[in-house]
Design a protein. Structure first.
Lengths: 242, 385
């Protein structure tokens, strides 16, 4: 009789446990030289960004991989933040993106700016910073993005609509694309204080809330969706303009 | 369990006795929220007699702001222009016609002088070497021996990664409180944090919010509990401090002179964000290791940020092309607020300004550390463009 706990079974279980419990190191192929590689778990994010970590922790931050790499002769700083969900990753992403030169075009959710490329890959928020500025999309950063996406996304890929339909509330799905730079998802008091101070008075007596904001352009008002007690039976939703 | 459950408010009378409920996350929703349950040892600091050097220093309420459109070239601060800007500001601040005399109003060759830089945002947004090297040069020209200079911050590793090394600053000690050795270990051979050896347990800011940290986070806090100890750099190593912060935001406030001093000088700081942020910026500066040693504040506003601070997100970098100088850190911060917040509003990151954004400055004024009333600040503006 074959025991469930045969040596082969035990070995397979050990390998599986190890792979689940330790971050997989290999992200980039040969040709990408890693100069520095740091990891931060949970509240130790404080060691990377001091008080700035409060914001990430409010969104459930789990793990950061911070790499300095050289690719095709140029230096890049890559930060890969693992969050609990795509929605949380989008929340952090939405607070960090502004005036995208190109948005939601190469990856489903991405923002290209002069010194930086930011994007979402499943439940990860990723930032790639480079020293030599561009006025459009930086090819080297796009290549690095594609390596990361190949690592974390399945081969079928996804498009903007697939992602946004799963994370955006119904009230916002009809909004004009691109969403990057226009839609902001706010969770927690730090994000409100930092980015949507106008909402402070609305949430003064509310413990649990989510706020979605859509602003098509700077000269237009914000469409705000305030969700009180999200995910609970007594959840309430209010839409207004500010 | 919510993240903030880690920070337990301890009853005023008991050490280690968690009698009060967990600090609620929503306490952070209002910077003006009631903090009646928070107790500190500020009274201990206020009992220590002030000295001739105590904040706000020789020129209370006076701020010199210098702008030079040519101070940043291709994204890089110019050392030559920074030197001129600082020199102009020093002469204007002091009324001296000679730069050496201007500096000698604050320092002497016998002093060990600590330059408190801000490397926390990494190489892209650190106190620029253009400014720091200009300050070093002017101090040497004023007769201060190079060996009497110390460049410091809380984070030793970040000093090094932002170029504050003995190679770039030969003859000057570069030192941080939180330290790891060449192998990357924060612990010495006896299993004690290097940081713990570098804090002075005779000088502390005590708050009844208990920091509790896991093994990952503890090296960046040095200790948990109710005490935040001052670094020995402040209490023992230096006689005087010249503060070199960067012009950055922290939400709808500025993280500038007082924040750079307060949070850069003590341990166990994670618990002091959120509802304690403003109070910590003000209160810690009232303690003698800072109050009586900070003689000058020189704000590096050549490159700063209007959002994403205090970290570095290039989306929000801005070349303010400004340097500010003053002995009064409160007044300097108040003027810094006037520079950063309008930029936030212009970029749509904030709708309007609010006094809540400079609450820490108002608190510091009440503690007689400087001037926060805008009407009482004398602002001198110089344009070198």
């Amino acid at each position: 009789m074959t025991s469930f706990f045969s040596p082969v079974t035990i070995l397979l279980f050990a390998v599986l446990s190890l792979s689940l419990s330790t971050p997989d190191k290999e992200i980039f192929p040969e040709g990408v030289e890693i100069k520095r590689d740091r990891e931060y778990v949970g509240e130790a994010l404080y060691g990377f960004m001091n008080g700035g970590s409060e914001l990430f922790l409010d969104y459930g931050f789990e793990h950061l991989r911070a790499l300095d790499v050289i690719y095709e002769g140029e230096e890049y700083s890559v930060e890969i933040y693992k969050m609990p969900s795509t929605k949380d990753a989008f929340g952090i992403y939405s607070l960090h993106t502004h005036r995208c030169i190109i948005a939601d075009s190469i990856a489903p959710i991405d923002c290209h700016s002069k010194y930086q490329l930011q994007f979402i890959s499943v439940e990860r928020y990723v930032s790639i910073v480079f020293k030599k500025p561009v006025e459009g999309a930086k090819q080297g950063a796009i290549d690095l993005m594609n390596f990361i996406r190949m690592k974390y996304e399945d081969s079928t890929g996804s498009d903007t609509k697939q992602i946004t339909d799963t994370i955006l509330p119904e009230e916002f799905r009809s909004k004009e694309e691109p969403y990057s730079g226009r839609v902001v998802f706010v969770r927690g008091p730090v994000a409100v204080n930092n980015s949507l101070g106008v909402m402070k008075e609305y949430i003064e007596d509310i413990d649990h809330f989510e706020i979605w904001s859509y602003r098509p352009s700077m000269d237009k008002k914000r469409n705000i969706l305030l969700i009180q007690n999200p995910g609970r039976e007594d959840s309430e939703r209010r839409m207004f303009e500010l | 369990m919510k993240r903030r459950d880690f920070f337990k408010v301890v009853s005023a009378g008991g050490i280690g006795m968690a009698m009060s409920p967990i600090v609620k996350a929503t306490d952070g929703t209002s910077l003006l929220s009631s903090q009646d349950e928070i107790v500190t040892n500020l009274e201990d600091a206020l009992k220590v007699p002030r000295t001739a050097n105590s904040m706000p220093g020789k020129y209370p309420g006076k701020v010199v702001k210098v702008v030079d459109d040519n101070s940043v070239v291709d994204g890089e601060p110019s050392e030559e222009r920074a030197y001129r800007m600082i020199a102009s500001a020093m002469l204007s601040l002091t009324g001296e016609k000679n730069l050496k005399k201007a500096w000698r109003q604050f320092v002497s060759p016998k002093d060990v002088i600590g330059l408190k830089v801000n490397p926390v945002a990494g190489p892209m947004l650190t106190t620029s070497h253009a400014v720091t090297k200009s300050v070093v040069k002017q101090l040497e020209e004023a007769g201060i021996p190079r060996k009497n200079l110390v460049i410091w911050d809380r984070r030793d590793p970040q000093l090094k990664e932002t170029g504050y090394t003995t190679e770039n600053y030969p003859g000057i000690e570069i030192v941080g409180t939180e330290y790891h050795d060449e192998k990357g270990s924060f612990y010495n051979e006896s299993g004690v944090l290097y940081g713990e050896e570098r804090v002075d347990k005779n000088h502390y800011f005590r708050v009844n919010i208990k920091g509790e940290y896991d093994a990952y986070n503890l090296p960046y806090q040095v200790n948990g509990g109710e005490y935040s100890y001052f670094t020995k750099i402040c209490t023992q190593k230096v006689d005087k401090i010249i503060n070199l912060p960067i012009l950055k935001n922290a939400g709808a406030a500025v993280t500038l002179c007082m924040k750079n001093l307060a949070f850069g000088s003590i341990s166990n700081t994670s618990r002091l964000h959120g509802p304690m942020w403003h109070k910590t910026c003000a209160y810690v500066c009232a303690f003698p290791p800072l109050r009586d040693k900070v003689v000058l504040n020189i704000v590096d506003g050549l490159k700063g940020c209007y959002d994403g601070g205090p970290g570095a997100n290039p989306q929000f970098f801005h070349e303010f092309k400004t340097i500010m100088v003053g002995t009064d850190p409160v007044a300097v911060d108040r003027i810094g607020h006037e520079i950063v917040i309008p930029k936030r509003i212009e970029e749509g990151r904030q709708d309007k300004d609010s006094p809540a954004g400079y609450l820490f400055a108002t608190m510091a004024q009440d503690l007689k550390l400087g001037v926060a009333d805008r009407d009482k600040i004398e602002l001198k503006e110089i344009n070198l463009s």
